[in-house]
Write a protein that binds this ligand. Sequence first.
Ligand code: 5RP
Length: 221
Amino acid sequence: MEAKKAAAELAIDAIQDGMIVGLGTGSTAYWAIQGIGARVQNGLRIQAVATSVVSENLAKELGIPLIPFADISEIDVTIDGADEVDQAWHLIKGGGGALLREKIVAYSSKKLIIVVDESKIVQRLGAFPLPVEVVKFGYELTVNKLRALGCEPKVRVSEGNPYVTDNGNYIVDCHFKSISNPAELHQAINGIPGVVENGLFIGMASQVIVGYKNGSVVRPA
Ligand code: 5RP
């Protein structure tokens, strides 16, 4: 927890008065939202968009003003976590099931700051199963097409039922073990009808902040 908190706390230094801020999802983004909430209570004037219902509710509890997407064209900075970060800062995200909203927000963000603990840094992506959001209709066929790309796909389950995202879709966790060409795989997965989006974030991170168990934080260049 300390490592995630330390990374998140450094990230929020990037937030300034007047900014539109993207709020990520997950246990590391949680600390960033807490920190932003504290700064708002001390007078910081920002408006935010959230990447999940959970983060939206947390923002409301903390008094962080939310702005409708209809009223913005860009987000100044988004702070979000990740499940894996490789040496080129390509990411696997979606462990918390919010990958679609996270990618929509990240894509319109001038700056995407990724906050992680040291366990998320990898040489090669793929040990963490890649989350893929799929529509419910015909999902069994979509799962077969994902398997044909070389993974062991597992429909995510929550309390005995398929897990349903904030968007009403399923998540298929794809066990690739090792992903040699993330950009190519990203294209191949999103080319399958029934796939809404996958958790590979290619070249989207502007900065990665890594927290360590001893509380130190590193911003690899
Ligand atoms: C949610 C995500 C999270 O950012 C990712 O799962 C990391 O979570 P945590 O900070 O709890 O380890 O992508 O969909």
